[in-house]
Ligand binder design. Structure first.
Ligand code: SAH
Length: 402
């Protein structure tokens, strides 16, 4: 008999809508003393079966649902089939890049399990008790489905701590990864440090938007009758900078506070033979934007892709001020007819709120700007419609009217 989680009256509602999380406050009692990560039956107060879930004793997210189908058996075959299905869904993207997210946790109905592919190297994050309990099965299925033998684990996120799991990094299958793994995205080469880089090494989620930047640089060149200038703030390893240069920008100024990231970025530019275009500046973006304005600099294309300013809903107000500040100061540098892409990867800042913040910056800048597009993560980072918390990356493409 599996253990059971019996919910408080009324707390079954979200599960009936297939929302995959059970909060500790929703649980009335637990029967059968399930182990960490064990599969439990979640039941309503009246005993009605609701879901199979992985149990996380002590965690705020007390259980994460595997399945809302009572006849499912959560075993190695079931887990393996979910992994294979997730990997198969990414096959059409392989022509675009060999840096892809193959499994995206809740969105692929495997809560807490993240798997990215960089060439023939897999990088995984096990962020839930359920994923940890099924670790070997998940990794075996992933290796088999992807055909990649090497798996590196980067289970070093805060999410894991909240589940009471210790951080864990290192080789999980196969050989040590190379210090730099070269990937190709839309024909551009980029080196990824899977051991020490952000996330699993790279911002895979911005792939479509990097291609957009490249296209915008090309379109600006046609429109202006000269090569455009570009500014990439929070450039990290230079993804958007390379895209702007590949699109024909004559000068790309990239700013980041991390000297280490800038070294990688310059190396990435060299890998693509982009010489004489880039300037890599180590600075604080908040200050640098003001200095550029004092210098009366102008750019035809600007990208703002900062780190997560709001770690949780407690930080929304301060984060909103920061997003507004950089967007306003970037707008002041934007040439008439120029394009600004401004992003937020804070889950706590919703799409609507972000648009309001950006609109406020436009008003303060005293400009007419069109919104040409709403931007989001690529198709390998889908959003499960029953799990809106999964939405995090959002951006707007604005054009300054002359
Ligand atoms: N745009 C990047 C990802 C950005 S990650 C990409 O497409 O790959 C956020 C980056 O912002 C990190 O590289 C970090 O070093 C940098 N950063 C954080 N705070 C900063 C600040 N105040 N000024 C400049 N860079 C900052």
């Amino acid at each position: 008999m599996p253990g059971e989680l019996i919910l408080k009256p009324g707390k079954e509602r979200s599960l009936l809508r297939r929302h995959p999380w059970v909060y500790d406050t929703a649980v009335a009692r637990v029967t059968g003393q399930p182990a960490q990560g064990a599969t439990v039956a979640v039941r309503a107060a009246d005993g009605r079966w609701l879901a199979w879930a992985a149990y996380a004793p002590g965690a705020t997210l007390r259980a994460r649902c595997w399945s809302f189908v009572e006849t499912d058996t959560i075993d190695a075959a079931w887990i393996g089939s979910r992994v294979r299905a997730a990997v198969a869904r990414r096959l059409p993207l392989r022509a675009e890049s060999d840096a892809l997210r193959l499994v995206y946790g809740e969105a692929d109905c495997l809560p807490g399990f993240i798997a990215d592919r960089y060439g023939n190297q897999l990088v995984v994050q096990l962020q839930s008790s359920g994923a940890q309990a099924w670790r070997e099965v998940l990794l075996d299925a992933l290796v088999q489905a992807s055909g990649c033998a090497n798996v590196y684990e980067r289970s070093d996120s805060a999410t894991r701590q909240r589940e009471g799991l210790a951080a864990s990094s290192g080789v999980a299958r196969g050989a040590e990864p190379a210090a730099r793994i070269e990937v190709q995205e839309h024909g551009l080469r980029m080196a990824v440090d899977v051991r020490g880089g952000h996330k699993t090494g790279f911002y895979i989620d911005q792939r479509d938007n990097r291609r957009l930047v490249r296209a915008l640089a090309g379109a600006a060149a046609e429109r202006l009758g000269r090569a455009p200038t570009a500014l990439n703030c929070f450039c990290y390893t230079g993804g958007f900078s390379l895209a702007a240069a590949a699109g024909g920008a004559q000068r790309v100024l990239s700013i980041d506070s991390s000297a280490e990231a800038l070294v990688l970025a310059a190396d990435n530019a060299a890998r693509n033979g982009q010489t004489g275009v880039h300037e890599w500046r180590q600075a604080d973006v908040f200050q640098a934007l003001r200095q550029l304005r004092d210098g009366e600099e102008r750019f035809d294309l600007i990208v703002l892709d900062p780190p997560k300013f709001a770690a949780s809903h407690h930080h929304v107000e301060r984060a909103a001020r920061a997003y507004k500040d950089i967007t306003l100061n970037a707008l002041r540098l934007l040439a008439p007819g120029g394009d600004l892409l401004t992003f937020s990867c804070s889950g706590a800042i919703g799409v609507e709120l972000f648009q309001k913040i950006v609109a406020g910056a436009v008003v303060d800048a005293g400009l007419d700007c069109q919104m040409l597009a709403r931007l989001a993560a690529g198709a390998d980072h889908p959003l499960l419609m029953t799990h809106p918390e999964g939405e995090y990356l959002k951006g707007l493409l604005l054009r300054r009217l002359a």
